[in-house]
Design a binder for this molecule. Sequence first.
Ligand SMILES: Cc1cc2nc3c(=O)[nH]c(=O)nc-3n(C[C@H](O)[C@H](O)[C@H](O)COP(=O)(O)OP(=O)(O)OC[C@H]3O[C@@H](n4cnc5c(N)ncnc54)[C@H](O)[C@@H]3O)c2cc1C
Length: 288
Amino acid sequence: MSLPPIDYERPKCLHDAFSLLEEMGIPMAGGTDVIIQLRESYLKGDFSPRLVVDLKDLDELSGIEDQGEHILIGAITRLSDLIENELLVHYAPSIAEAASRMGSIQIRNKGTIGGNICNAAPCADSIPPLLIHDAVLILASKGETREVDLENFLRGPGKTDRRKGEILIGVKVKKRDEGGEFFIKLARRDALNKARMNFAAWLNLRDGKISEARFAAGAIAPHPIRVREVEELLLGEEPSEALFIRAGRIVRDKMLEITGRRWSTPYKSPVVENLTARVLSEAARRAR
Ligand SMILES: Cc1cc2nc3c(=O)[nH]c(=O)nc-3n(C[C@H](O)[C@H](O)[C@H](O)COP(=O)(O)OP(=O)(O)OC[C@H]3O[C@@H](n4cnc5c(N)ncnc54)[C@H](O)[C@@H]3O)c2cc1C
């Protein structure tokens, strides 16, 4: 079923984009989420004529830049451009790895990192790796630019702290030149790899013990989260299977605490435990 006519604008500069967004416009980058959502709202009968503001021509929102301690990824950088980027492969391989596992080639060639973040799906694959890199978002509107920790930006399924008229300009991620990291996802084959759960971990070792840790999980809560209880458990310990199994139980309990028991709990609980242990153990192996 096709959509009724929608107003569409493709501004050539940020200033024009801000003006258009001030008047009820919806930002669009690759459109791989937006178009589906517009169609769904039309089918549900709550579609009202909207203005779609296509950000594709805003070159300043695209590209990957070395900023010393950080890497700046432009919001409309395509997922396919993250996969083999040398900076990411070297300093943030879990982000490149997650991008390589998202959707199909066609989706990766259209979909963007900013779209994945702003869409704020509980299972968004780029978000756990961004969280373990202490990601900070740069958002701008007509008169203001602000920085927000990704962790504080996410509010719930499809909900963020993005203010009316704001555009995500880019995301700053901390370079990691020590330690090891890993991303893992569980996906249904027939759903073009959309994740049911995803996890990312970064561990650094000193004298054989874990000296720094980041652990983030998607789809165990209304939005992807860092699980600090796991990070605290790991600090100062020697990596071991027993330790990572304990971490898995903590993540399972966290999920139950947040979401309560559901029909899917008997299936999800052991998977959460196992995948947590697996992502941590691979991050530790890489750190060695
Ligand atoms: C078949 C299929 C498979 C998929 N597989 C996966 C998968 O494996 N893993 C996964 O995580 N996702 C998957 N997705 C979802 C989607 O492709 C990703 O979320 C993608 O990254 C969205 O990027 P986009 O540029 O297309 O976003 P858009 O659809 O353009 O936008 C998404 C949301 O972000 C907002 N937005 C976009 N850019 C900006 C900006 N710069 N500033 C402010 N707001 C902005 C839009 O208004 C909208 O609310 C899949 C989708 C499809 C259709």
